[in-house]
Design a protein around this ligand. Structure first.
Ligand code: SF4
Length: 349
């Protein structure tokens, strides 16, 4: 089992608790009580996505690659691009989403470590998103006929399951996720809000290029609910990166049109289909008020403020995964397991 970064801050109101309350610990316990043998955190692979995506951005910027680069972790956006903006497919990052990266690592590295065959594992994810069900079924999201992820549940389905099992979240002891593949940075956690992927990527790209950490880890220009946010990030005296964050596909379409018309001052663009990002995803509780969604966003940034590992590249289990298994970002194994391709699709009306 794996659960997305936004899940732990999106279920509290369904159980009579304060909207936005982070239920990470008791969610781990509840999932084990339901019978899942291993409980992993998709935020771990959000960190992995950042390692690969920041490396890809740097590679494109320094080697004359196709720019601007778009994020690829939102399957609603990816399918939109395949249908309505196929001229931009070369601009999409080739990184799989965190759901698919963790699925691929579970059925390769984890399977090897556990003396299991990939086909002996049933890999389940809990996502804020109905489009993630489609993503898991894409033909490029399996190896040798074995899918990276077998079953995708939404937040709503998780809530139904917890209620069906009669688990009282208010009266169970919190537990930690399984390790490895369970430790995370808070940079990965903010993936759940619009702008979070961008902020996490900037933190790690800055370190990869300069060798130093950002003095202030907060990139406030990309936070908040605005449908479009833009910023210029000074990396070195010679390198300034233009970034944009859009949520809602109408905002993405408008920006794409500007790029087609010659706009070239943006290097990196985050796109989320759902306005506000995954905290307001299509698999979340229906009818959540704006204040509830805002409480989820606040909770993610509060976690970022109070936790000590604030950058993906300092996640000790990510460091270990590269040392023991993957080698290096964009290396041979990463290419095989963590990256994907896209194809133009007919629009079905
Ligand atoms: Fe899914 Fe919406 Fe998040 Fe995209 S923004 S991954 S469509 S929940």
């Amino acid at each position: 089992m794996q659960y997305a970064p936004s899940i732990t801050v999106s279920i509290a109101e369904a159980f009579g608790m304060e909207p936005g309350e982070d239920l990470n610990g008791v969610l781990n316990t509840a999932l084990r009580q339901m019978g899942f043998n291993f409980v992993f955190d998709t935020t771990f692979s959000a960190d992995l996505t950042i390692m690969e995506e920041a490396s890809e951005l740097i590679h494109r910027v320094t080697n004359g690659g196709k720019l601007p680069m778009f994020t690829s972790c939102c399957p609603g956006w990816v399918k939109y691009a395949e249908e309505f903006a196929p001229d931009m497919l070369g601009n999409l990052s080739t990184c799989k989403s965190p759901q698919q990266m963790l699925g691929a690592v579970i059925k390769s590295h984890f399977a090897e470590q556990s003396n299991l065959k990939p086909e002996e594992i049933v890999s389940v994810s809990i996502m804020p998103c109905t489009a993630k069900k489609f993503e898991a079924e894409r033909e490029t999201m399996s190896r040798n006929g074995v899918p990276d992820v077998d079953i995708v549940l939404t937040t709503r389905e998780l809530i139904q399951m917890i209620k069906l099992y009669g688990i009282d979240l208010k009266n169970i002891e919190p537990e930690i996720a399984d390790s490895p593949l369970g430790i995370r940075s808070s940079a990965g956690k903010i993936f759940g809000a619009t702008g979070g992927v961008m902020e996490a990527a900037i933190r790690t790209a800055y370190k990869m290029i300069t060798g130093e950490e950002l003095k202030d880890f907060r990139v406030c220009a990309v936070r908040g609910f605005d449908g479009r946010k833009e910023a210029k990030i000074k990396i070195t005296d010679d390198l300034e990166i233009g970034v944009a964050v859009v949520s809602g596909l109408a905002n993405a379409a408008a920006l794409i049109e500007e790029i087609r018309n010659g706009r070239n001052d943006i290097h990196f663009i985050e796109v989320m289909t759902c306005p506000g990002g995954c905290i307001a995803g299509g698999g979340q509780i229906i009818g959540a008020s704006e204040s509830f969604v805002a409480a989820r966003m606040k909770s993610l940034y509060d976690i970022d403020e109070r936790e000590t590992i604030k950058v993906s590249h300092k996640n000790p289990e990510i460091i270990e995964l590269y040392e023991k298994f993957l080698g290096k970002p964009l290396g041979h194994k990463s290419h095989d397991l963590l990256h994907t391709t896209y194809k133009e699709r007919d629009v079905l009306l």
